[in-house]
Design a protein around this ligand. Structure first.
Ligand code: BTN
Length: 361
């Protein structure tokens, strides 16, 4: 298991970070002015900028004008995120880490909670980019520098993973409500916890567990929201996806979005063990993209077609299959809208419910 120090890998040099902060304004900067700032020659400036480009940041160079990050970058500002967190939830936040680069914000917090399992308060880790971001079902999660919102929040649970049933759905709901409040139209949820605009994925949630699954443990809730990711960075992504900046007219800064979404996630996390998913079931269903629609589930036991009827009080998917109501739960299941007009025949084999969706969602 990796420790916290090996996870926090600041691969940007101080000089690179200084130039990134300055050039985030989207203006042109001459080689001379950048050189004067760093105390180096113009040739050395180019070397520093090349190193930044190696991290996937696009810098335009025009003779006579200098260098520019076109469109600028909205960088995370720790001070402003802290200041905007709602006071009711921020009192229980013990640490906020804002990193320029990390393997995965989930890895970072998992290492922290493994080092001090006795801690109670929430920790938050946000990063400008991840080098090994993970999605559900073993997929990679793309997060190029300052183009998405990626964060993780930890929460201690006393009653083990059983107390986390439906947690990943409740977190999806917290995000959907936060995004709606930020002016995002038509946000909906795909079971268990994808955030969609129409049929295109805007974001997702990955919950991982540290500690005793039957007793005291920590959930590390990881969230990724696409904000302004260039098409070229997503060539390996097979499903339809979208950016927040493409659907919201004056999109908020990444720090404002971070404060809104971490605040909403904290609110859910801090009360979830006492209220459970049943408290959120109805509102979750009001955001569901697929209620009343024919869907296809791909499960480890096979493919099942049915009509989605909603979710149970534990967050299980309720599917009508050939007149029978069946419930499905577990992180290895994927759902998509049934492609054909005619319903394909359902498989009425009962599917065993898992212990909880939180450990593998
Ligand atoms: C999904 O597949 O829909 C879940 C995506 C979750 C991605 C986030 S980004 C922050 C956190 N760190 C990770 O490595 N993954 C999660």
């Amino acid at each position: 298991m990796s420790d916290a120090t090996s996870i926090k890998r600041v691969a940007f040099s101080e000089k690179q970070l200084l130039l990134l902060k300055l050039m985030a304004d989207g203006h042109w900067h001459s080689g001379e002015s950048l050189g004067a700032l760093l105390g180096v020659s113009r040739a050395a400036v180019w070397k520093v900028l090349e190193g930044i480009c190696d991290h996937g940041v696009q810098i335009t160079r025009v003779r006579g004008k200098g260098y520019c990050i076109e469109g600028g970058l909205s960088l995370l500002d720790e001070h402003s995120i802290r200041a905007q967190l709602p006071s009711g939830v921020s009192d229980r936040v013990s640490q906020i880490h804002v990193l320029s680069e990390v393997t995965s914000t989930n890895d970072f917090l998992l290492a922290q909670v493994n080092q001090s399992p006795e801690r109670d308060g929430n920790m938050i880790c946000l990063a400008e980019m991840q080098t090994k971001g993970r999605g559900r079902r073993g997929r990679a999660w793309q997060s190029p520098y300052a183009r998405s919102l990626i964060f993780s929040v930890s929460q201690a649970f006393d009653a083990g993973v059983a107390a986390m049933e439906g947690l990943s759905l409740a977190v999806g709901l917290a995000l959907a409500e936060g995004l709606s409040a930020l002016g995002c139209p038509h946000v909906c949820l795909k079971w268990p916890n994808d955030i969609l605009i129409g049929q295109a994925k805007l974001g997702g949630v990955l919950i991982e567990i540290a500690g005793d699954a039957a007793g005291r443990c920590h959930a590390v809730v990881g969230v990724g929201i696409n904000i302004s990711i260039p098409q070229e960075a997503m060539t390996s992504v097979e499903q339809p996806w979208c950016n927040l900046a493409s659907v919201v007219e004056n999109v908020a800064t990444r720090s404002e979005i971070a404060a809104m979404l971490t605040g909403n996630v904290l609110r859910i996390l801090q009360s979830f063990e006492s209220v459970g998913f049943k408290h959120y079931k109805e509102v979750w269903e009001s955001y569901s993209a697929h209620i009343g629609q024919n869907v296809r589930l791909t499960t480890p036991a096979g493919v099942i077609d049915g009509c989605m009827q909603g979710v149970s009080e534990k967050g299980a998917l309720r599917l009508e299959v050939d007149g029978d109501m069946q419930e499905f739960i577990g992180g290895e299941i994927s759902l998509r809208l049934h492609s054909s007009e005619e319903r394909a025949p359902g498989i009425s084999r009962p599917f065993k419910k898992g212990v909880g969706d939180a450990s593998s969602s």
